[in-house]
Design a protein around this ligand. Structure first.
Ligand code: ADP
Ligand code: MG
Length: 431
């Protein structure tokens, strides 16, 4: 409340199907209150009169199906009302997905004429498109609408560049049980996160596809034990890299997950290619991009990545208190996945590059790993597939004392760390 500039205050009256778009000034906060009517933010209903504090660096769109009055208190970069939104199209998609869930539910306990049980699997929805087309926002909207209808959809985020479940450089899955908090997003109490270590699938395709297979196994398993999750299906977010190998990765992901629905945001060419290359049973839809989606430069995308890591340690409102402590070298083992690429001629006879991409390499702690992110593996022994075991969290190396054989790390949780095995990321973070 004290961070909001109260001298800037404006009320906005929205008509049916209009959206109030705003961006808060960098480093500032703005208070939003719905004074009258019904409004939602990316599919989450806003509570009337309740103050919400939004910070800079992101774009927001408050939408109303009926009408509403909204007050913004604080400094904004921009704020305007638009009636040009793709929300009706998105709502129809959401209804179509719900229809598939109902069908899945009806198949439960039914048998075909040979007496075999019917597959009660819910829709597996994949969202694809270039960078900055609103993929993450569409996932959030679909998940929110799903959970508001009483479903338990699973969110799978495969975007290693702008990851929203783990931190950039990882991939994650999350069962959604309640709508996202307008400010803090989805409840992250029990996500499953895997270390990848790079910001693009390009850096290590073999590892990336191994992790996709792993996460889909895990999801199938969850469906096996939980009927509700099984019917509800999942929403899969993907990377914004859609050309050449990026495209091949999308095809592979669709195949691995046996996606039923592919939502293609604002990319006609990609849509045509997918129609040509994906099997007939896949329902592929070309959707409009919201004019409200912010376009980011390469530099802004890097900043957005940093902001995601900062949020992991400090909380979306800076309300967390990250811990810092010393870890003796003797208590940990650090590994890197994959050896540097070598030309085939330089490889030992009988091996191929593929063998080295998922190979574990021991890394001695040294000042070389300063500011690097380390994923703390849940593996208890090194014999467990370290590359394919999920992680409990991420620490940042703040100092390395080779003489005393200790390093200082920043961690979201207090000492002691849960695991001995750590995986080195190429990502660095400085606060
Ligand atoms: P992508 O995942 O394709 O990169 P995002 O969904 O992250 O795109 O959207 C990019 C930015 O635009 C985010 O800050 C998001 O909050 C913002 N944004 C998305 N939709 C809207 C909208 N309708 N109005 C205002 N800002 C929006
Ligand atoms: Mg995104």
């Amino acid at each position: 409340e004290s961070l909001v500039d109260k001298t800037c205050k404006e009320d906005y009256a929205l008509h049916p199907e209009q959206e109030l778009r705003f961006e808060v000034e960098k480093g500032e906060y703005a208070k939003i209150q719905v004074l009258e009517g019904n409004a939602e933010l990316f599919g989450t209903e806003l509570i009337k009169q309740k103050p919400y504090f939004f910070n800079g660096g992101k774009g927001y769109g408050i939408f109303t199906w009926s009408s509403c009055k909204v007050r913004i208190t604080g400094k904004t970069e921009s704020a305007y009302i638009s009636k040009d939104t793709p929300m009706v199209q998105y709502l129809n998609v959401s209804f179509a997905i719900e229809g598939l869930r109902k069908k899945a539910e009806e198949r439960e306990d039914q048998v075909d004429n040979q007496g075999n049980p019917l597959d009660a699997r819910g829709p597996r929805v994949m969202v694809v498109g270039g960078t900055d087309v609103g993929k993450t926002t569409l996932c959030r909207l679909l998940l929110n609408y799903g959970v508001r209808l009483g479903r338990r959809p699973v969110f799978i985020d495969l975007d290693v560049g702008q990851q929203s479940i783990g931190i950039p450089g990882s991939i994650g899955a999350l069962m959604v049980e309640r709508p996202a908090d307008p400010v803090e997003g989805f409840d992250m109490k029990a996500p499953i996160v895997y270390h990848y270590g790079h910001t693009t699938p390009n850096a290590n395709f073999k590892l990336y596809s191994a992790l996709i297979t792993r996460i889909q196994d895990l999801y199938n398993n969850k469906c096996h034990y939980n009927q509700k999750v099984h019917h509800s299906g999942c929403v899969i977010n993907t990377c914004g890299w859609v050309n050449r190998k990026g495209y091949d990765t999308l095809l592979e992901t669709a195949k691995t997950f046996e996606a039923d629905v592919v939502l293609c945001l604002d990319a006609e060419r990609l849509y045509q290619d997918l129609v040509r290359d994906l099997p007939d049973f896949v329902n592929i839809m070309l959707l409009k991009k919201s004019p409200g989606v912010l376009t980011r430069s390469k530099e802004q995308r890097r900043e957005a990545r940093e902001a995601l890591i900062r949020e992991y340690y400090d909380g979306p409102r800076g309300q967390f208190f990250p811990h810092s402590f010393d870890v003796p070298f003797d208590n940990i083992d650090i590994f890197k996945i994959g050896t540097p690429s070598l030309p085939n001629s330089a490889l030992p006879i009988g091996t191929t590059m593929g063998d080295t991409e998922t190979k574990l390499m021991s890394v001695a702690p040294s000042t070389d790993i300063m500011n690097h992110i380390l994923a703390v593996s849940r593996a208890e022994t090194v014999e467990e597939e370290l590359t394919e075991t999920n992680v409990s969290g991420f620490v940042v190396v703040k100092a390395v004392d080779e003489e005393r054989r200790v390093m200082t790390v920043k961690s979201p949780a207090p000492h002691p760390l849960i695991g001995r095995y750590m995986l080195l990321s190429t990502l660095r973070y400085m606060d």
